[in-house]
Design a binder for this molecule. Structure first.
Ligand SMILES: Nc1nc2c(ncn2[C@@H]2O[C@H](COP(=O)(O)OP(=O)(O)OP(=O)(O)O)[C@@H](O)[C@H]2O)c(=O)[nH]1
Ligand SMILES: [Mg+2]
Length: 266
């Protein structure tokens, strides 16, 4: 109903529907370009290989897995050149459903490109008025040297401004876990990311309550002004109708009188 009356607020209305489900687990999702390691990262955060990984463009639709009181949501990678309607629907779905968004970018690609910067700006703006957390996760860090990584992180921190940047290597983490190597695990950056996500998850229900309230206020204000706008338009239409009626009556009366006069004369 809201999207019919206020098509420009359809995303807010869809998010409000999501927030109406009080029992919904906190949802963590990934966003970013394809092949930057989103599914691999989620698999390592969960501790099992539940999401498909490959060198080709792999994830094509939303895929969810519930664990540790969290819904982990894998999403298709962005690619401006080959985005299909299915991809766009999936992305809209993950945007609406998720409480915590991990923006994933591979260190192999260096700094962020234009489309990534645009997406980050959207995330930062949304975090500003919904209290949904967005974290920038730089993946595959073991693929570049320490100095290069330091340079890349410095530039990306400038590019992301308000958002937190966390560098990780899912592969290093896996090797550390499998080999029981604590140093490798620490160096992977994954424990720090897991802690940061756990901290965000603990705040999800409070953040949702705030968001529900904020979205409610915004939608009510838009509905009120849409209602007032329609009322004003109807008033104008009604005044115009009255004017035309008056005009018609006077013209018609004149014509009638002329005809009657003419009939009498004939
Ligand atoms: N070296 C290295 N390779 C990685 C790492 N994480 C992922 N990869 C590899 O990067 C490729 C893409 O990984 P995915 O996890 O499928 O990437 P994705 O972002 O989910 O890709 P789409 O689903 O197509 O959007 C795979 O070959 C992974 O093995 C990492 O930390 N280090
Ligand atoms: Mg994937």
């Amino acid at each position: 109903m809201i999207s019919e009356l206020l098509p420009e607020r359809a995303a807010d209305a869809a998010r409000l529907e999501q927030l109406a489900d009080a029992g919904k687990l906190p949802v963590v999702t990934v966003l970013g370009k394809f092949n930057h390691g989103k599914s691999t990262l989620l698999n390592e955060l969960i501790g099992q290989g539940v999401f498909a990984v490959s060198d080709a463009r792999q994830t094509m639709e939303l895929d969810a897995f519930d664990q540790d009181g969290v819904r982990w949501l894998d999403a298709p990678g962005l690619d401006a050149d080959v985005q299909t309607e299915d991809d766009r629907r999936a992305l809209r779905g993950s945007w609406e459903e998720a409480d915590i968004r991990l923006f994933v970018h591979s260190a192999r690609e260096g700094e962020l490109d234009g489309s990534e910067k645009a997406l980050l700006a959207e995330l930062a703006a949304d975090a500003g008025h919904s209290r949904r957390e967005a974290l920038v996760v730089i993946t595959q860090i073991e693929e570049v040297g320490e100095d290069t990584l330091a340079d890349i992180l410095r530039v990306i921190k400038e590019q992301t401004a308000s958002l937190e940047v966390l560098p990780v290597s899912a592969i290093r983490y896996r090797r550390g876990r499998e080999g029981g190597k604590q140093l490798l695990i620490e160096k992977s950056g994954m424990p720090a990311l897991k802690d940061r996500i756990a901290q965000a998850v603990r705040l999800v229900f409070a953040a949702r309550a705030d968001e529900r309230q904020m979205k409610g206020i915004v939608l009510r204000a838009h509905l009120a002004s849409a209602g007032a706008g329609r009322y004003e338009r109807l008033k104008t239409l009604s005044a115009e109708r009255n004017r035309q009626m008056a005009h018609f009556k006077s013209e018609f009366g004149q014509i009638q009188a002329n005809i009657h006069k003419r009939i009498r004369e004939v």
